[in-house]
Design a protein around this ligand. Structure first.
Ligand code: IPM
Ligand code: MG
Length: 352
């Protein structure tokens, strides 16, 4: 199996190195090849998604990504910015289904900013559509009107087939879980999501065992904080999913705990932590590598169909937490504080 390893920017290289270490420790037959993306791609080839990187990703079975972005690139033209590399690789590889599980490890119940009783036992799967919506809709841009005033435009759009295919992913995953799907939209205001709701209702006829509910995104944002355990699978569009998944990550104690998988129709996938590149703590060996290691576990599960090793990696992360090991973002009184590299070692040690 071939894995394209794209560390990216900021803390990307440090956290990816830990996931690579864990994968190597499993002694599977994996070929891992590194390539630059984001700001690193811009530095290496003047492009946040260099052709060689895209080709490597296309030729691989899976992609392991760190994170992209750094303030120092904020002044570049938009098409040269790190984020554009990430959006392009998602689009080019057709990775339309973004799975972001928010799972609370019992050891971290105290690390969440919410009361332990609100979050303990939380096991939520957010399914975010990743290649459509206002992120990619045309027309877009900033132009100058006749009166000299500038105007910014983005376009929220979804067609039926895009909604259907992400809906199917949600219903299929719900069938393997608690058979509840909550579809999040803003159908009271936005026609795009009125269609979203209609298509979800039509699709639900094919899944009589799954209980489908609908929620407006503003209410969903509130319910996630009020009573997050009411949710099993949540499915939503690109922009709402971006926001709600950051919110959900804090239920688990830290955004440093939230892995993700972005899949195409054939379960080829890109695996990355849900958090960003955190340039402020880059190179300090204090980042939490668990979201990236847990993303590697998702790679084993979804692309390599290797449930046994996926569970092995997840259990090793759990064991390291149970042993009291914590990075700074999830540190609690009396814990054993580790750096990024040492946390990777702790997970490797816990594998056996
Ligand atoms: C994410 C990130 C990206 C997004 C950014 C870095 C472009 O926030 O993966 O959630 O908005 O999708
Ligand atoms: Mg985001």
């Amino acid at each position: 199996m071939k894995i394209a390893v794209l560390p990216g920017d900021g803390i990307g290289p440090e956290i990816v190195a830990q996931a690579v270490k864990v994968l190597n420790a499993l002694n599977l037959n994996l070929t891992m090849t590194e390539a630059p993306i984001g700001g690193a791609g811009y530095e290496a080839a003047g492009d946040p998604l260099p052709d060689a990187t895209l080709q490597l990703a296309k030729d691989s079975d899976a992609v392991l990504l760190g994170a992209v972005g750094d303030w120092k690139y904020d002044k570049l033209e938009r098409h040269l910015r790190p984020e554009r590399g990430l959006l392009r690789i998602r689009k080019e590889l057709n990775l339309f289904a973004n799975l972001r599980p928010a799972l609370l490890y019992p050891e971290l119940a105290g690390a969440s900013t919410l009361k332990p009783e609100v979050v303990s036992g939380l096991d939520l799967m957010i399914i975010r559509e990743l290649t459509g919506d206002i992120y990619f809709g045309q027309p877009r841009g900033i132009s100058t009107l006749e009166n000299g005033e500038r105007e910014g435009i983005n376009t929220m759009r979804y067609n039926e087939s895009e909604i259907k295919r992400i809906g199917r992913v949600a219903f299929d995953i719900a069938m393997k879980r608690n058979k509840k799907v909550c579809s999040v939209d803003k159908a009271n205001v936005l026609e795009t999501t009125e269609l979203w709701r209609q298509v979800m209702i039509e699709l639900s006829a094919e899944y009589p065992e799954v209980e489908l509910s609908h929620m407006y995104v503003d209410n969903a944002a509130m319910q996630l904080i009020r009573a997050p355990k009411q949710f099993d699978v949540m499915v939503t569009g690109n922009i709402f999913g971006d926001i709600l998944s950051d919110e959900a990550s804090m239920l688990t104690g830290s955004i440093g705990m939230l892995p993700s998988a972005s899949l195409d129709a054939n379960n080829k996938g890109m695996y990355e932590p849900s958090h960003g590149s955190a340039p402020d703590i880059a190179g300090k060996d204090i980042a939490n590598p668990l979201a990236t290691i847990l993303s590697a576990a998702m790679m084993l599960r979804y692309t390599f169909n290797d449930e046994a090793n996926a569970v092995k990696v997840e259990n090793a992360c759990k064991k390291a937490l149970a042993q009291g090991y914590r990075t700074a973002d999830i540190a609690t009184e009396g814990c054993h504080l580790l750096g990024c590299n040492a946390m990777g070692d702790a997970v490797v040690a816990a594998l056996n």
